[in-house]
Design a protein around this ligand. Structure first.
Ligand SMILES: NC(=O)c1ccc[n+]([C@@H]2O[C@H](COP(=O)([O-])OP(=O)(O)OC[C@H]3O[C@@H](n4cnc5c(N)ncnc54)[C@H](O)[C@@H]3O)[C@@H](O)[C@H]2O)c1
Length: 386
């Protein structure tokens, strides 16, 4: 049977737009998938940025500088949008209104109000499939932990810690860019940049914080502006959120952290779950390793550390002994999105679907409460019924 080809347009031809093009070009890596993306159109406000696509992506037929023109292109049936955060609300709303499916980058709106505009557009257009980019749960080690949660292996959960840590901003001589300005990145700062990655699994598991106490830090106050001077760094560099999660058996603390200045960490996404019957950890720092500590009353407590095989959500040509990496997680996320477009949620080849707009909205509630906590020095309650 020939593959169902999904014709994509890309809005935003920067870092992440190229990652998608690379995943689409590497589709042959996937084994036994009967759907595939084809990038037929690209759009960037800066025409220069589209040139890379013209050079490297033979399927690209048309380039645009105005995304509205691309949305009028009947050849484009789905869109990947990877633009600065201040543009999410308007562009996502217009994509949804055009009837095209959307994989949108996080944080899905620069703030809670912008996110609400996207949610309202979705209510008006339930026919389009909209998902939020979040690739780390597709690492085989994360998939192993997801299975443990789904199978209820942990017993009563004692505590959860999840985080995403970078160190690229440790260097104060790194020039400023849009990610360090409130107008383009948003007041959330590092939470808007990194937080959806951290909250994707807690939201999927239904671990919604009842309250949050936040400690937010600004560490580098100004950076070279690229014109010989300095520009203020306005956004939060690091955030630690202490959350109180309610659960059927009494609730547990959950510590979430997003850090742009974490010495020694390049791109470390991790989750640790401690339970009365099992504890488990996965971190992209050691992408092959999953650690588990099963416990029976009175028995020894011993960590078991295994190199998990390359066993991804979607099968690949890669042998089981080889390593999984960032670009593999992007490829897997795209397979999940295309699978859902081709076959619907119920018909997907495997059950782990991409982050939903509802999960992204949940992250906005947490970040907005975190900002209020920082302002007031108080613990802020989150009402999930609102
Ligand atoms: N999933 C991930 O791991 C991950 C990693 C990095 C960034 N991101 C997200 O991806 C998005 C983009 O980040 P990036 O790092 O690719 O940024 P980037 O700066 O590399 O690229 C953004 C591109 O958008 C273009 N652009 C700006 N305004 C536009 C407009 N009106 N119409 C069309 N194009 C426009 C810019 O010219 C630029 O080429 C952000 O939402 C960011 O949070 C996700």
């Amino acid at each position: 049977m020939s593959a169902r080809v999904i014709r994509f347009g890309v809005i935003g031809c920067g870092l992440m737009g190229k990652e998608f093009a690379s995943a689409a070009a590497r589709w042959l890596h996937l084994d036994r998938v009967e759907f595939e993306p084809q990038i037929v159109a690209v759009c960037d406000a800066n025409m220069e940025a589209t040139k890379w696509f013209k050079k490297h992506v033979p399927s690209v037929e048309r380039t645009y500088t105005d995304y509205r023109e691309m949305l009028a292109d009947p050849e484009v049936e789905a869109v990947y949008c990877a633009v600065p955060h201040n543009l999410h609300a308007q562009i996502y709303v217009d994509i949804i209104a055009s009837g095209k499916h959307l994989l949108g980058e996080k944080p899905f709106g620069i703030d809670k109000e912008a996110n609400a505009r996207i949610s309202a557009a979705l209510i008006a257009h339930p026919e389009v499939i909209v998902r939020c980019s979040s690739e780390f749960p597709f690492f085989p080690g994360a998939q192993a932990l997801i299975k443990m949660v789904e199978e209820g292996k942990f017993g009563r959960i004692i505590e959860v810690e999840a985080g995403f840590w970078h160190s690229s901003d440790l260097d104060p001589t790194k020039p400023i860019n849009w990610k360090r300005r409130i107008a383009t990145n948003g007041e959330y700062g590092c939470m808007g940049d990194l937080g959806m990655h951290v909250l994707h699994l807690p939201m999927r598991f239904g671990w919604k914080p009842n309250s949050v106490r936040a400690l937010l830090s600004k560490i580098v106050s100004e950076r070279p502006d690229g014109k010989g001077g300095n520009a203020p760094c306005e956004t939060w560099d690091n955030a630690i959120l202490a959350c109180d999660v309610e659960s059927a058996d009494g609730g547990f603390p959950m510590v979430l952290s997003t850090k742009r200045i974490a010495p020694g960490h390049a791109n470390t996404w991790f989750i640790r779950i401690q339970g009365t019957e099992l504890s488990a950890e996965f971190s992209t720092k050691n992408p092959k390793q999953v650690s588990t500590l099963p416990y029976s009353p009175g028995q020894q407590q011993a960590w078991h550390v295994v190199d998990v095989p390359y066993k991804s959500a979607y099968g690949t040509i890669t042998g089981g002994i080889f390593e999984f990496g960032f670009s593999d997680s992007i490829l897997q996320m795209w397979a999940a999105f295309c699978d859902e477009l081709a076959n619907g949620r119920e018909g997907m080849q495997q059950s782990f679907y991409c982050a939903t707009p509802e999960e992204a909205s949940g992250s906005h509630r947490v970040f907005t409460a975190a900002l209020a906590s920082e302002r007031t020095g108080q613990t802020i309650a989150i009402d999930w019924r609102e």
